[in-house]
Write a protein that binds this ligand. Structure first.
Ligand SMILES: Cc1ncc(COP(=O)(O)O)c(C=O)c1O
Length: 410
């Protein structure tokens, strides 16, 4: 039985007051809150076994390395990867995608090659490809949207050619909440020999995922969007692809042998983890995965659907509120972006903040998508495991009060 009130007790920050009101945290797509088990694990590392990993033979170093590597195994199990050597720790989705661009793209792509992205990508899955395209003379193509906020898959089939070398798609749009049909995309891309990179920043935290059955080549995601600390991310890659890739950062940890004329890279995944990593963060991430596994990803997925259905229904009842993205719950996640009358999203977010409600306002690092939608900015509510129906009711009441504030000129 999913007990959201019991879950809330594990998150100390949810007891905070903001502007004298109970915090209602609805900005989970930006970053999620952390349970006590994650916070304690980070403190525990610094209090009891702070040491560098993979270097010292002393006891603390051995414990730190064991704990760090334990998280790698947990991550591999969480996404059902073939083995933990396919899991590279980075500092987040952004770095993971950059690693694919420079470690794989720079080595294998050449002038005239094509990359297909979507217009709903986060800037993290656009800008690295623009930089590489400029450097290498690549062509970027973008899958358009249909009116309901889903990808126009028919157009995708016409964009893909023998020159396509990579298809990069977000699992879930961080603005529209759209869940993309990864299997169709993978099949079509693989049929022309292209690789597939999934930006899983918004999908992995809520959708039970099996990378082997999805058959994706790369998957990038961030710990901080799934109860873990900031500064830790993952790049999953098929082992044979990772083995052919070049490192992004040269330095300590990532080599087998160095002479003054040459170096030999370490095996994967260590080749991609140059320098001292975020050890405490990775260990904390392991506890975040334990927390999600204890609740059960299927249960989390179901709860998010329930709450999103409720939120969509309630928000749709507000006069003058325009919701973007699919209405069909089977096509979307708990990220809901909207505009309210002609009130600027920053004003909406600032007024809601006075009621203790945290939402995001702006372009959410998806300017091309906002251009397609014909709007400069939007408000975004994003739900996670600890949000409640009462919080949504309070959001709706508070939104309705904004209208009064504006009408009265207060
Ligand atoms: C879809 C998507 N991709 C990439 C990112 C970037 O993640 P990070 O800032 O953790 O690197 C985000 C963050 O908001 C996102 O929502």
């Amino acid at each position: 039985m999913y007990d959201v009130y019991k879950i809330r007790d594990d998150f100390p920050i949810l007891k905070e007051k903001v502007n004298g009101k109970n915090l209602v945290y609805l900005d989970n797509a930006a970053t999620t809150q952390k349970p006590l088990s994650v916070i304690d694990a980070i403190a525990d590392y610094y209090k009891h076994y702070n040491a560098n990993v993979h270097r010292g033979v002393h006891s603390l170093g051995v414990i730190a390395t064991q704990e760090y590597e334990r998280t790698r195994k947990k991550v591999a199990n969480f996404i059902k990867a073939e083995d933990s050597s396919c899991i590279v720790f980075t500092k987040g989705t952004t770095e993971s995608i950059n690693l694919v661009a420079y470690g794989w793209g720079r080595k294998f792509l050449k002038e005239g090659d094509e990359i297909i992205l979507t217009v709903m990508e986060h800037h993290s899955n656009i800008v690295p490809w623009q930089i590489l395209a400029r450097e290498k003379g690549l062509k970027l193509k973008f899958i358009p949207l249909k009116d309901d906020g889903t990808l126009d898959i028919e157009s995708f089939y016409s964009l893909i050619t023998g020159k396509t070398k990579l298809v990069g798609v977000t699992y879930v749009s961080n603005v529209l909440g759209t869940v993309n049909p990864i299997d169709n995309i993978v099949d079509a891309a693989h049929s022309v020999g292209a690789r597939v990179l999934i930006d899983g920043a918004q999908g992995i935290p809520t959708i039970p995922t099996n990378v082997k059955s999805l058959n994706v080549d790369f998957l990038a995601f961030s710990a901080h969007k799934m109860l873990g600390p900031t500064g830790v991310g993952v790049l999953y890659g098929k082992r044979e692809i990772l083995e052919d890739m070049e490192p992004l950062l040269g330095g300590g940890e990532m080599i087998k042998k160095v002479s003054i004329t040459d170096s030999v890279w370490a095996d994967v995944p260590y080749r991609f983890e140059g320098g001292t990593p975020n050890i405490a963060g990775v260990i904390g991430f392991g506890k975040a995965i334990d927390y999600l596994n204890n609740l059960g990803m299927e249960e989390i997925f179901k709860y998010e659907k329930l709450l999103t259905t409720y939120a969509l229904e309630k928000l749709s009842g507000i006069d003058g509120l325009t919701i973007y993205g699919p209405r069909d719950i089977s096509l979307r996640s708990g990220i809901i972006s909207f505009n309210y009358r002609d009130i600027h999203p920053h004003d909406v977010a600032t007024i809601l903040d006075q009621s203790g409600i945290a939402i995001r306002a702006g372009h959410h690092c998806a300017q091309p998508l906002h251009s397609v939608l014909g709007i400069p900015a939007s408000c975004r509510v994003s739900l996670y495991i600890y949000n409640t129906k009462e919080e949504i009711d309070y959001l709706v009441e508070s939104l309705e009060r904004i209208e009064e504030v504006f009408r009265s000129g207060a």
